[in-house]
Design a protein around this ligand. Sequence first.
Ligand code: UD1
Length: 311
Amino acid sequence: MYVVTGGAGFIGSQLVRDLLAAGERVVVLDDFSSGKRANLQGLEGELEVIETNVVDGLWAGLGKLDPRWGTPTAIVHLAAQVSVVASLQNPLEDARRNHGATLQVLEYARQHRGVRVVLASSAATYGDVDEVPVRESSARWPLSPYGFHKFSSELALRAYATTHGVPTAALRFFNVYGPRQDPSSPYSGVISIFMKRALAGEGITIYGDGEQTRDFVFVSDVSAALRKAASQDFAGDVFNVGTGAETSINVLAQTVVRLAGSASSIGHAPARSGEVQRSCAELSHARDALKYEPSVGLDEGLAATLAWYAS
Ligand code: UD1
């Protein structure tokens, strides 16, 4: 049995689908703050959903796990305050929702021997590093509360593994995209925004000169990495989860417009402040130890994502 906190979110609902398809029993804990019931549509009856506040109520929510479901193989902790901008506006709340919630999951695992903990971490832990592609061992100076709370959560995972023998692993997601990503905020993932606008024939805005790069990883590859991390014992290991390919925002915009057969114009606006210029994952540690191998190329992933937004 797998517990997925944030299982109604964009990444969580993909993981839940993939676990169910593999014949696993799944319990979702979610407060539906950023997750959506619609993301779990069609799965009713196949899984248990415990609606609980994932900050103050996470501990109580884990307490509601029915012993008849068995001890969890792993808790995949995806529930989080997901916005970098919100973390800058309210760092204390971010500490509670990101670092604090992770500690509750770790405490549960300390008290229930054998439960693995897998954390959704982020490339935001790196800050603006010069190294491209970036290795997990690179120096980290995160720039936002979101980034340093993900980093402090990674440190907590490592300490619980070393001090208490709790098996833990953290995955540093790069720029995840795919079906069910919410395009509604200006800070939503760039692919979701570009697709929504391209399909509506609205103008697309690139911030800065568009030569900044990102490593875009399809959500099913992220789900596969999470399942691998949840099915092995690690001791606080940290893994990059990207593709190792760098794509500029200019190329991305042109590709989205072409794939959508859209007449949208592509314009430029001033660069966002505090942006990382280049971002790309070095994958040798994830390949060797996690046996992670991204399998969906950008064109294929963009086409699948576009089909979902168009439906
Ligand atoms: C991403 C993550 C964030 C993480 C950070 C560092 C997402 C949604 N965000 O931020 O959680 O902390 O990496 O690892 O995955 N852009 C445009 N036009 C738009 C929207 C965006 O040009 O309409 C540009 C941005 O300026 C940026 C790039 O596209 O250069 C990617 O933006 P975004 O998808 O917001 O992700 P990151 O800023 O990389």
